[in-house]
Design a protein around this ligand. Structure first.
Ligand code: ZN
Length: 193
């Protein structure tokens, strides 16, 4: 398992709900936390590790054994309230940061790793991180939500990621769109049906 970078197509694929919370899914979640901590991140969505599933993990402490590990499976975000602006970054666009405006409060329905349903309202920074990850599983990235003037500031960095992606594809380490679509269907057959 490894983190994939923008503009990998799996990051743009709307993920499907998973149908089972089982040992295999718990193993995936454990590996995602490990990868997230290695990258010093606070949130990671499954499609950032090339798994097109409605699942993301969060730990605001960014460190194993500290903070609270939160797992959101098949989440639905609703009832947005208020608005706040803050700087965001992303493990799939490491080093790129920009201001993003989002609702300050949301309600989340989801399942946890035990298969229990979560119904909770979140505010402030945690609400922001949840919305960032929820965007991921819908195929949306934070750079889609920045203003035109902010976007101009990060254009060069984004272009570097695009060039790196094309180089990796030319070198054969990333497959064609057709290969990736076939792989996505295989993962969906395995976890979503
Ligand atoms: Zn992200």
């Amino acid at each position: 398992m490894e983190i994939i970078n923008f503009p990998h197509p799996t990051l743009r694929h709307p993920s499907k709900p998973v149908v089972r919370v089982d040992a295999e899914l718990r193993e995936i979640v454990a590996e995602m936390f490990d990868l997230m901590y290695k990258a010093k991140g606070i949130g990671l969505a499954a499609n950032q590790v090339n798994l097109p599933l409605q699942l993301f993990v969060i730990n605001l402490a960014a460190e194993k054994g500290k903070g609270e590990e939160m797992v959101f499976i098949n989440p639905v975000v609703s009832s947005p309230k208020g608005s706040a602006e803050a700087n965001e970054g992303c493990l799939s666009l490491a080093g790129v940061e920009a201001m993003v405006s989002r609702p300050d409060q949301i309600h989340v329905s989801a399942y946890d790793l035990a298969g229990n349903q979560i119904e909770q309202t979140f505010k402030g920074f945690l609400a922001r991180v949840i919305q960032h990850e929820y965007d991921h599983i819908k195929g949306v990235m934070f750079i889609d939500r920045v203003s035109e003037s902010e976007k101009r500031l990060i254009e060069g960095e984004i272009e570097e990621f695009e060039l790196e992606f094309e180089a990796a594809r030319a070198a054969g380490s990333i497959g064609s769109d057709e290969d990736i679509n076939k792989y996505i269907r295989e993962i969906e057959d395995r976890y979503c049906n």
